[in-house]
Design a protein around this ligand. Sequence first.
Ligand SMILES: *Cc1c(COP(=O)(O)O)cnc(C)c1O
Length: 225
Amino acid sequence: MNAFRTLQAELQKTNTRLIAVSKTRSIPEILGLYEQGQRAFGENKVQEMLEKHGELPQDIEWHLIGHLQRNKVKYIAPFIHLIHSVDSLKLLFEIDKEAAKNNRTIKVLLQMHIAKEETKFGFDEKELIEAMEFYTAEGSSLQHVQICGLMGMATNTTEDRVVADEFQKLKNTFHFIRNTYLLNRKDFTEVSMGMSNDYKIAIASGSTMVRIGSLLFAPSDKTTD
Ligand SMILES: *Cc1c(COP(=O)(O)O)cnc(C)c1O
């Protein structure tokens, strides 16, 4: 069995969906997964996503998973399926504006900073609460974004307990936000967490979307396929 089939079989027993992270991968590599049925692909750079979106089948769901600059939102606004990496209120307002211009509602996740590394982007809890208060306020101007959940990246470490604690914290924050701000809505459902090295821990912690690249696209050994 190839890595994709193995992963699919593993995910079938869970409530977790696979986002195939196709950054740096070629069109034929992506088509290889598409032909096996994969439709959700994640990219971390706008330019690369635009090129691939132009060349690949139109029924692909494109997920932006990397840091997004406000001046680039306009390029993806016409077609993006889900932006996982909303890390500031200013960015959220920009997405709302571009979504309105395109007569769309754009689905987003708010990225939380859960790792020890300073380099990773994301909201802290205070900023998250501020964003939720804007979003849920009476007469909120955020009418063209739909906040569907949270995203996070764990510390890059071999210590599973550290990673598990961080994912658990994200899941707890998700429940807190849902119970505090969104109890009467049915569309706050996603926790995007887990990559090639830590997806098993993420699934055990209640991930609904794993973002997996290297494991999926690793060259298969000659005994498989
Ligand atoms: C690259 C990337 C992934 C996938 O990482 P792998 O280790 O290749 O599975 C997931 N999420 C984000 C935000 C990424 O940039």
